[in-house]
Design a protein. Structure first.
Length: 130
């Protein structure tokens, strides 16, 4: 069952609150896998379903081709999270998230750079208009 826009927005708010909590506790400078594990824990503690490293096949002429794409985190089967811990986000990071949104059919995604002093400066919300 697909979620309403209002349901997705409520989950997105909890998601951002969880990101803030993780970054407040850990700060910048760790591996993205560390932030991913801690964010998954935080979301689970809030009762929000999350799956990590979700394989994402490419659909081509009726075939599903395993091409090595993996979503870092799929939250409540409707929000894609792409985690980074880099000096700065670059356009290829945005393109990567948009590709994952397109392939997954999800409308909302967050590109998160954990390697910033204030996490609010590292969160980029992106929408796939399908």
């Amino acid at each position: 069952m697909s979620k309403s826009k209002e349901e997705i927005e409520l989950i997105a708010k909890q998601l951002v609150d969880s990101m803030l909590a993780v970054h407040r506790e850990l700060g910048p400078g760790l591996l993205e896998s560390t932030y991913q594990a801690c964010l998954a824990y935080e979301l689970g503690a809030r009762g929000i379903e999350v799956r990590c490293e979700v394989e994402l096949p490419v659909k081509y002429k009726g075939l599903e081709i395993e091409a090595g794409y993996r979503i870092d985190m799929l939250v409540a089967d409707c929000i894609v999270i792409e985690n980074k811990s880099v000096q700065a986000l670059v356009p290829i990071h945005e393109a990567q998230l948009l590709t994952y949104l397109m392939l997954s059919g999800c409308r909302l995604g967050f590109l998160v750079n954990w390697n910033v002093p204030l996490i609010k400066d590292g969160i980029k919300r992106m929408v796939n208009n399908l």
